[in-house]
Design a protein around this ligand. Structure first.
Ligand code: ADP
Ligand code: MG
Length: 245
């Protein structure tokens, strides 16, 4: 049975239908890549799934719960995680402290008791740092990290919420190809080990083909194609519009 069911999602800006009647499903433990040219409507779709934008019409059901109309925080509480860029406020903390903060927040503690509870989540945070291969950097300040490490840390922070669905809009933006591959490999391993469902966008088709279970191709706000990597690669419409023949 599908874990996420998106039906007839549409949103216009002015006269432009940025997302036009988009429907798709996502199973438990599935890695679905949302691809398409710039302006295809990928980020607009993510924003509606996060609860940041409200669709003009359509429905988003997660495990039977309607997400349309809920606030981002309510959606987060239902187990939808996303990667956020680490902002200046948090770069003064160490790598481990950033993950501890996220764990605290997941446990619904308040920011105010962070100092006292500082040690409480250290072990759990270190376990997450093991997953992303950053235990050795736990006590370094975040602001000295290499860009790729910062991106992996953002993934660990998203994982602290134990998401059932992880939404990643261009998680590898700005990364060099070897780092991009390694972040997506890490994500694919997580899906396998934890059964997390992942929806992600990625420009590098080699990385997409290597790591996704299924692809959804958008063009001008509409679904152009959907299927396995082999099916989508062989689709003449996709080849013409996106893959360049
Ligand atoms: P993608 O992420 O696939 O590159 P977007 O979802 O960002 O595409 O954009 C889809 C279309 O919607 C584009 O034509 C874009 O210009 C338009 N768009 C996106 N966000 C807004 C907005 N806040 N206001 C007006 N137009 C927008
Ligand atoms: Mg985008």
């Amino acid at each position: 049975m599908s874990f996420l069911v998106v039906e007839g999602l549409s949103l216009s800006f002015g006269g432009v239908r940025a997302v036009d009647d988009v429907s798709f499903t996502l199973a438990k433990g599935e890695l679905l890549a949302l691809i398409g040219p710039n302006g295809a409507g990928k980020s607009t779709c993510f924003n509606m799934l996060y609860g940041v934008s409200r669709p003009d019409s359509g429905s988003v059901k997660l495990d039977g719960n309607e997400l349309v109309g809920l606030k981002p925080r309510q959606i987060w509480r239902l187990g939808v995680g996303r990667t956020f860029q680490i902002t200046a406020t948090f770069t003064s903390m160490t790598v481990c402290e950033n993950v501890q903060m996220a764990l605290l927040s997941h446990a619904n503690r308040t920011f105010g008791i962070f100092r006292r509870a500082h040690d409480a989540y250290r072990d759990q945070a270190m376990d997450l740092l093991d997953i992303i291969g950053m235990r050795g950097q736990a006590d370094r300040p975040t602001n000295v990290l290499a860009y790729g490490d910062l991106k992996r840390l953002e993934l660990a922070i998203a994982l602290a919420n134990e998401p059932k669905l992880l939404l990643m809009d261009e998680p590898t933006a700005g990364m060099a190809q070897p780092e991009r591959r390694s972040l997506m490999k890490l994500t694919a391993d997580l899906v396998r080990d934890r059964g997390t469902s992942v929806l992600f966008t990625e420009h590098d088709m080699d990385v997409v083909f290597e790591h996704s279970h299924r692809l959804l191709v958008l063009n001008r706000g509409r679904v152009l194609a959907e299927g396995s990597v082999a099916e989508v690669r062989a689709d003449p419409k996709v080849r013409e519009i996106y893959l360049g023949g």
